[in-house]
Design a protein around this ligand. Structure first.
Ligand code: ATP
Length: 294
């Protein structure tokens, strides 16, 4: 951000600017935590040899809390095979989103390990983590700059043809090509006002460009109108196809089709299995399913 653009943005949209600073601060904190974490090891140690076959996600007795003395996750272990879809379900506040953030490498476990293809996530550089796993939620940010700048954030060496292909993959090339200045169109504060759905398409196009093999999907309640939400869901389904997906299912019906469902209760995984297995087991999931159906 140039000083001129910064001042312009402060005048136009101070709230957005503060939110953006807050967001960047959080990223900086994560990077700092990583710097501290990687200080004593070889850069990218453990990242070598991550073959497509060896991309399983593994949590091994993971312990985590945001505040000293307050445990949010306790001894969580699970394994997600490449290309499968795991859904995390459970009561509000149980720790689903927290586990998702740990699996996406945003926080490091206090104790225990999270590995990706055998390589420990907290030992990789932030860039390598991002190239393997991404967190998808509805907090999408469109930054001040051109549409091209916003897409290149995901992969700085992408060509214009690749940027258009990414926009096409998420059904955003129609409105993109209709813009007078195309990829040079200024967006963000002071630029073209994008709809929430368009902002989400840009975020999805970034995912297509970054091409991580594992996605952690936080299925928060959609802020979009039903038609836009359906449209976006189709694009998202295409982006998810073929990748390992950990879906934080706040609504039970989205968990139903997952290959494996993990029930998170009070910071622990209490049940693990397919929908049919868990219904047959008549435990917590079966009760949740029954009350949801009722
Ligand atoms: P929901 O379905 O309501 O989103 P969840 O199962 O995803 O719930 P989390 O959001 O992981 O649960 O929260 C687990 C616990 O951690 C809660 O007690 C919550 O208050 C706390 N928590 C979550 N985020 C933070 C944070 N950034 N700082 C401190 N505590 C947090």
């Amino acid at each position: 951000l140039t000083t001129g653009a910064l001042i312009a943005q402060m005048l136009v949209d101070p709230v957005n600017l503060i939110l953006r600073w807050y967001d960047e601060l959080q990223v900086a904190q994560v990077s700092l935590a990583r710097l501290v974490g990687v200080r004593d090891i070889e850069p990218d140690a453990g990242d070598a040899g991550l073959s497509p076959e060896g991309r399983d996600v593994h949590a091994d007795r993971v312990h985590f809390g945001y505040l000293e003395g307050v445990d949010v996750l306790r001894k969580v272990s699970l394994e997600v095979a490449p290309g499968t879809r795991l859904a995390l379900v459970g009561p509000s506040g149980a720790g689903k989103s927290t586990l998702g953030r740990l699996l996406a490498g945003i926080y490091a476990p206090r104790d225990g390990r999270i590995t990706l293809g055998g390589a420990e996530l907290s030992r990789m550089t932030a860039e390598h983590v991002r190239s393997h796993v991404a967190l998808v939620n509805q907090e999408h940010h469109v930054f001040v700059g051109s549409l091209r700048d916003n897409l290149l954030l995901a992969r700085t060496d992408a060509t214009d043809a690749e940027l258009w292909a990414a926009l096409g993959a998420v059904d955003a090339d129609g409105w993109g090509r209709a813009l007078d200045d195309g990829l040079d169109t200024e967006v963000g504060s002071g630029g073209l006002a994008l709809t929430p759905a368009q902002a989400q398409q840009i975020a999805l196009a970034r995912l297509v460009l970054a091409d991580p093999h594992t996605l952690v999907l936080d299925e928060a309640t959609s802020l979009l109108d039903p038609r836009a939400a359906r449209h976006l869901e189709r694009s998202l389904a295409r982006v998810l196809d073929g990748r390992t997906v950990v879906a934080i299912a706040h609504r039970l019906h989205t968990a139903h089709d997952a290959d494996v469902i993990a029930v998170v209760e009070n910071g622990r995984i209490s049940e693990l299995g397919s929908h049919d297995e868990l219904v047959a087991a008549e435990g917590a999931y079966a009760a949740l399913w029954q009350s949801w159906h009722g």
